[in-house]
Design a protein around this ligand. Structure first.
Ligand code: HEM
Length: 286
């Protein structure tokens, strides 16, 4: 029988590396709820966070022969772990942000935002700090697996530097990074040294969110306050969908070496990723 076990029993956050040797595909599937989970915190105030998904939503039953017990599968699992991460992320969107979103809308939809240049500049500065941090972490990886994620073509640090330079040339003063970016960068730095599964959850969400909702937001802001000037932040060298696919494949390969508990731990981090990124995003309206 499938065991029903809370992930929180398995491992405290930020404790020790969780990479494990490659395993054969598991022949049974647990039905594991993403449950309220006390978490250690590193300068960030989340102590207890629950993910809204229950085990009922987190598993589906796959087709089996009459002789076999039904196998429980996590949504997206058949396609690879990135699809599982995407599934969790999409549900954390509000309904007005994305079709697959399940959260109640909060505040104004992007189409009704009233951004300011100063707020957008604060957003770009804090985003640069976050990308600088991610890109430094993979350059000097605390875990060898991070090195896979160097030079993916998704890097944003240089393009943000160009955009900030452009604003400077237009006569705008570039602000210092503010609390949302500083807190997120510090958190990522600490996480990367201790908790590769959680770190790679942020890595995935930050880069992929920017190519989806982030791009849409950039377009709206440019229409509203920048005379449609297209920022470098939203331009990639080469075929973006291929770059994304390459990173998906690398993430899937790394995740193949994780236990189910490590994968669930990674999925659970998605909420924090939304919280931190949401705080940075809201600077646009500050
Ligand atoms: C106003 C805020 C946001 C809006 C409007 C937005 C909107 C969207 C949209 C329209 C998609 C594409 C859905 C599809 O493939 O059909 C998407 C995908 C995604 N978003 Fe967001 N999003 C927002 C914030 C965030 C945040 C804060 C995160 C996490 C840090 C996030 C993570 C993701 C991820 C991981 C994907 C999947 C990308 C992919 O599959 O390539 N989003 N978002």
């Amino acid at each position: 029988m499938a065991s029903i076990t809370s992930i929180s029993q398995y491992q405290p956050l930020l404790k020790k590396p969780r990479f494990s040797p490659p395993k054969r595909l598991q022949t049974h599937f647990f039905s594991i709820p993403i449950s309220p989970n006390p978490r250690v915190d590193s300068g960030f105030s989340v102590k207890t966070k629950s993910c809204s998904m229950t085990n009922k939503k987190m598993v589906v039953v796959s087709a089996t022969t009459a002789a076999e017990k039904p196998k429980k599968r996590y949504p997206g699992e058949a396609k690879g772990f990135v699809e599982e991460m995407r599934f969790v992320a999409m549900k954390l969107h509000t309904r007005d942000q994305a079709k697959e979103g399940e959260k109640e809308p909060q505040g104004q939809p992007v189409a009704k935002w009233k951004p300011s240049i100063d707020g957008y500049l604060r957003f770009l500065v804090d985003s640069k700090l976050v990308y600088d941090t991610l890109e430094r972490i993979v350059e000097k990886p605390a875990f060898p697996e991070y090195a896979e994620f160097r030079d993916t073509g998704l890097e944003r640090s240089e393009s943000l530097a160009k955009d900030l330079e452009w604003f400077k040339e237009q006569g705008h003063a570039i602000p210092e990074p503010s609390s949302p970016g500083v807190s997120y960068a510090r958190y990522l730095e600490e996480l990367s040294e201790k908790d590769p599964q959680a770190f790679l959850c942020h890595f995935y969400n930050i880069y992929f969110a920017h190519t989806a909702g982030g791009r849409m937001i950039g377009r709206k802001v440019a229409e509203m306050i920048l005379d449609k000037k297209e920022m470098e932040f939203y331009k990639w060298d080469g075929d973006l969908s291929q770059l994304l696919q390459n990173v998906r494949e690398k993430l899937n390969r790394v995740a193949e070496t994780w236990t189910r508990e490590e994968k669930n731990h990674c999925l659970e981090e998605t909420e924090k990723s939304f919280k931190f990124s949401g705080d940075v995003l809201r600077l646009i309206l500050s």
